[in-house]
Design a binder for this molecule. Structure first.
Ligand code: GDP
Length: 436
């Protein structure tokens, strides 16, 4: 049962003073302790050509050696490779994921290079949304893989941004916090660098590319963030090599003509990047990802699915009502589809029936034709048979007559022979008597 809470007409909050210690001033500490025990997670996406110094910069930033195998320049397309690590500094645990864009800028046709990156970012948002929409969700220990910061590595050409850079940043700017950096800044002269930086910034503005704005609304960080924004894009140098400078070892790159110190602010902006990315704004980057970029993804996705906050008359629309409306719409469509399918089925059956009837008629016609041909053939064979039988009987008759004649002739022949014999015997007997 709903309970109506009555509020005073004057909706203002009254300030009351406490006459003793209550204890809710420990709330921030409670929050810190809870977060510390839970650990944090931070995900960085490095976008830049192969060999521009992405892996080296990550190693330099986190003072460690992450596993990475140098990519070749003959990848057929861009693919994203994510690797997660568990880091600890004092009592703070950080689950860090570094995502590399393998093969970026290596293809002749770079039209689709941004697509795998956009897809990757969306896939992480989608996974989070799916977890959020579950009835039994566990966001508390969910491994959040949404990208919190995108370091965009610009080649130190000294000229301007490449069209690939502009297209990619434009496609990503509503999905992720972009921090542009000029890579390998030790290869560009100081006076050129200044011009190069302003050229890049004006190109970003004229192309409407939104990069991450360091927050200036919070007092403690407003000043440093405002100062640092002026130095964008940061010109960085990466190195994991330790060189002895004075009596101290520091990260540097050694050349025949001198040493570039990574952490020397006169040499490059590495320290500024580390301050902005890790030491000052890491939490803001996480928050912006959730409240701005993820929120936008979620809103578009839910709207795409048909969810709205208000009905056509701009009246608030509850999730339940939207669900019911969507369900009814779906059921209506289902019924329509069912009816269409039924009609189609009836039509198909009729068509098949007509086809079968036609085939039956053909078969009958063929059968009749065959029957007629067979009868004609049979008659011909019968006639022939009769003819042959007649011929045979004539032949038999002739044969019998011939045999009769032959036997008569033989009989006549044998009687003559006997007569001749008798005659001869008589003659011989007569001759014998005369002699005696
Ligand atoms: P990835 O392919 O973008 O990850 O590039 P790698 O970090 O593997 O670096 C490629 C090459 O560039 C290696 O030989 C690095 O030593 C070198 N490199 C990295 N960072 C810098 C830099 O700031 N300046 C210069 N001159 N070379 C760098």
């Amino acid at each position: 049962m709903a309970v109506a809470v009555e509020r005073p007409a004057n909706d203002e909050l009254r300030n009351l003073s406490l006459s003793g210690h209550v204890g809710f001033d420990s709330l921030p500490d409670q929050l810190v302790n809870k977060s510390t025990s839970q650990g944090f997670c931070f995900n960085i996406l490095c976008v830049g050509e192969t060999g521009i110094g992405k892996s080296t910069l990550m190693d330099t930033l986190f003072n460690t050696k992450f596993e990475s195998d140098p990519a070749t320049h003959n990848e057929p397309g861009v693919r994203l490779k994510a690797r997660s690590y568990e880091l600890q500094e004092s009592n703070v645990r950080l689950k860090l994921t570094i995502v590399d864009t393998v093969g970026f800028g290596d293809q002749i046709n770079k039209d689709d290079s941004y697509k795998p990156i956009v897809e990757y970012i969306d896939t992480q948002f989608e996974a989070y949304l799916q977890e959020e929409l579950k009835i039994k969700r566990s966001l508390f220990n969910y491994h959040d893989t949404r990208i919190h910061a995108c370091l965009y590595f610009i080649a130190p050409t000294g000229h301007s941004l490449k069209s690939l850079d502009l297209v990619t940043m434009k496609k990503l700017d509503s999905k992720v916090n972009i921090i542009p950096i000029i890579a390998k800044a030790d290869t560009i002269a100081k006076n050129e660098l200044h011009k190069f930086k302003s050229k890049i910034m004006s190109e970003l503005v004229s192309n409407g590319v939104q990069i991450y704005q360091f927050p200036t609304d919070e007092e403690t960080v407003a000043e440093i963030n405002a100062t640092m924004s002026v130095h964008l894009p940061f010109a960085v140098v990466g190195s994991t090599e330790e060189v002895k400078i004075g009596n101290k070892m520091s990260k540097a790159r050694q050349y025949p003509w001198g040493v570039v110190q990574v952490e020397n602010e006169n040499h490059c902006d590495f320290v500024k990047l580390r301050e902005m990315l890790i030491r000052v704004n890491m939490e803001d980057l996480r928050e912006q990802t959730h409240t701005r970029h993820y929120e936008l993804y979620r809103r578009c996705k839910l709207e795409e699915m048909g969810f709205k906050d208000t009905d056509p008359d701009s009246k608030p629309f509850s999730l339940q009502e939207t669900y019911e409306a969507k369900r009814n719409e779906f059921l209506g469509e289902l019924q329509k589809k069912e009816e269409e399918m039924r009609q189609m089925f009836v039509m198909r059956v009729k068509e098949k029936e007509a086809e079968l009837k036609e085939a039956e008629k053909d078969l009958h016609e063929k059968f009749d034709h065959l029957k007629r041909t067979h009868q004609e053939e049979k008659k011909k064979v019968d006639d022939k048979k009769k003819e042959l039988e007649e011929e045979l009987s004539n032949f038999q008759k002739k044969k019998a007559a011939a045999q009769l004649l032959q036997s008569q002739a033989q009989q006549a022949g044998s009687q003559q022979t006997k007569k001749d014999k008798d005659k001869k015997n008589k003659e011989q007997a007569t001759a014998g008597g005369e002699l005696v």
